[in-house]
Design a protein around this ligand. Structure first.
Ligand code: NAI
Length: 241
């Protein structure tokens, strides 16, 4: 058991990657807080692992503060935060409207700021913490039709490195994971030809699985990575090389 007794908040914990992480972390002995916009799904997953399912919109600071207070009331501490919630609203630069721009920034970027700022005082008090942010290879490489999304994922890298510098000396490690093409319900629906094209760009010649990402979250959350701080780990099968 790598996370015996640890309290972990996983934002977007009811989604494709978050659910896999919630189940894996629980199997490693953690108390898992599934924090998601989708209340029913969060509660269902949490019930299955004897955790806590809470509804939150990470872009809303009041809701984030309420969530953190509820976790502290229940468990008395927060050891690990995984800033995994994220959305896409794709459009080319010329066609992108203000709502697409602002909504993606509000959730993927401001949401990460809100959750981290709300949780860190409790980690500082304990002198211990692990923060794991979810970036994407597109935060380093850009992507057609994803001005908004790529900008937020680059911001996640910058925040990770800044917080690693600020918080490392206080016993809090901050790292990021940059997934590549991951097989989710969304990608499973794509035509075989498109999927094949994606696979050919990956040096391992396959898409990643949610477990590949959850395993990396686990590594960064556990003491196995205690000397890693400010890193951005690509989990992309070699797509970015
Ligand atoms: P998903 O769409 O399956 O799950 C996202 C979850 O976040 C959902 O449960 C949703 O309800 C929740 N959510 C959405 N808005 C929220 C909000 N305002 N507050 C709280 N929760 C909210 O997405 P997936 O694939 O699991 O992605 C997870 C993370 O991984 C995201 O940050 C995404 O950008 C990133 N990522 C995913 C890749 C992929 O191929 N699936 C590739 C690279 C990065």
């Amino acid at each position: 058991m790598k996370l015996e007794g640890k309290v972990v908040i996983i934002t977007g914990g009811a989604g494709g990657l978050g659910k896999e992480a919630s189940l894996l972390f629980a199997s490693e002995g953690a108390h898992v807080v599934v924090a998601d916009y989708n209340k029913e799904a969060a509660e269902e997953i949490a019930n299955g692992v004897n955790g806590l399912g809470l509804a939150v919109d990470v872009s809303n600071r009041e809701q984030v503060d309420r969530l953190v207070n509820e976790v502290i009331d229940r468990y008395g501490k927060i050891d690990i935060l995984i800033n995994n919630a994220g959305i896409t609203m794709d459009s080319t630069l010329v066609k992108m409207n203000q709502e697409q721009w602002e909504h993606v920034i509000a959730i993927n970027q401001t949401g990460v700021f809100h959750c981290t700022q709300a949780v860190v005082p409790h980690m500082l008090q304990a002198g211990y913490g692990r923060i794991i942010n979810t970036s994407s290879i597109v935060g380093r490489m850009g992507n057609f039709g994803q001005t908004n999304y790529a900008a937020t994922k680059a911001a996640v890298i910058a925040m990770t490195q800044t917080w690693a510098k600020e918080l490392g000396r206080k016993g809090i490690n901050v790292n990021a994971v940059a997934p590549g093409f991951i097989m989710t319900p969304m990608t499973e629906k794509m035509p075989e030809k498109v999927l094949q094209g994606m696979k050919e760009k990956v040096s391992l010649q396959r898409l990643g699985t949610p477990r590949d990402i959850a395993n990396t979250y686990l590594f960064l959350a556990s003491d196995d990575s205690s000397y890693i701080n400010g890193a951005v780990i690509p989990v992309d099968g070699g797509l970015s090389i």
